[in-house]
Design a binder for this molecule. Structure first.
Ligand code: 13P
Ligand code: SF4
Length: 300
């Protein structure tokens, strides 16, 4: 069904010396054209190390911006400008500045799911896979942690540092109720529940493991005795896991991120052929935002 557009993209990719990085939540057909598939941190590393001239980011805006900041000499393209992030929009630079004024001596750790403007006001960035490590890498005892209040709570329960939260959240990860999760667990006896730390704490008692999307793949790899997994993150992750573990059963517990689903094979092709939409970052924020991401790379 997609073979024609896939071969056109593969041809153009070669011709333009481009690579395609795809987040785990992408539509499964996009994995066929990707040079790397992974979570936010894995893709940041791929972006930093990639050879070639162009990066097409099959993900959302903050991920493409981070790729540009980590590898500024490359042309970074996002196939759709509608691919934003609800969580990233829960915090602005002005809001973070106000919080920083209240805690002038606290380092600021921001989640990767933020704009470059917000990253520019932070000390270090983190992702779901390294948030605890980044927080613990600071000598200070009080740390601002923004914007995800649930990830903040997850880290807070595992550290002696005092975290100052922001009230952000992701609507995809906060809709699952404990009652529904309990019922689904009963329907699949023996299944393991994997939850993303963007989920509310009230769901954690039902989970065998809480981790980012890359951690979910690792957990499944490490538990060959388990046949069925209930996947507590954006439903696209199930497509990714089915591809890697075809003999296992996966059940999606959460809904769709419409931002991630803006990316299609058609707009990837258009993006590559017309070289749009190019990610640019204002000079005044480029260096501080880059420093925040580089701090993450150093500390993780
Ligand atoms: P991961 O880094 O765990 O893939 O998370 C990214 C994200 O946006 C989760 O909603
Ligand atoms: Fe943002 Fe939530 Fe979509 Fe992840 S799932 S990109 S946090 S809106």
């Amino acid at each position: 069904m997609f073979s024609e557009i896939i071969s056109k993209i593969l041809h153009l990719k070669k011709q333009k010396n481009a690579i395609i990085l795809a987040h785990n939540y992408m539509r499964p057909e996009i994995f066929e054209v990707a040079d790397a598939v992974g979570d936010s941190f894995e893709l940041s590393k791929s972006a930093q190390e990639m050879k070639g001239d162009i990066i097409v980011f099959a993900g959302v805006h903050f991920m493409a911006e981070s790729a540009k900041l980590l590898n500024p000499s490359k042309k970074v393209l996002l196939p759709s400008l509608a691919a934003g992030c609800f969580m990233a929009d829960t915090i602005t630079a002005e809001g973070l500045l106000r919080l920083k004024k209240k805690y002038p001596n606290a380092p600021v750790v921001v989640y990767m799911n933020t704009s470059a403007e917000v990253k520019a006001l932070s000390t270090a960035t983190c992702t779901s896979s390294n948030a605890l490590k980044i927080v613990e890498s600071f000598a200070e005892d009080t740390i601002i942690f923004a914007p995800d209040k649930h990830l903040c709570e997850f880290v807070q329960d595992r550290t002696h540092k005092k975290l100052i939260p922001w009230a952000g959240f992701c609507h995809v990860h906060t809709q699952l109720s404990p009652a529904f999760l309990q019922k689904t667990k009963e329907k699949y006896p023996g299944a393991h529940v994997l939850l993303h730390p963007e989920s509310p704490k009230r769901l954690f008692p039902f989970a065998e493991h809480i981790c980012g999307t890359g951690g979910m793949s690792q957990y499944i790899q490490n538990h060959p005795e388990v046949d069925t997994f209930l996947i507590g993150t954006e439903e696209g992750m199930v497509g990714r896991l089915k591809r890697d573990f075809p003999e296992k059963t996966f059940v999606a517990l959460m809904g769709t991120c419409i931002n991630m689903k803006q990316i299609t094979l058609d707009n990837i092709f258009r993006s590559l052929s017309q070289e749009k939409y190019e990610i640019t970052i204002r000079d005044e924020i480029f260096v501080p935002a880059q420093k925040s991401l580089e701090e993450m790379m150093k500390r993780s």
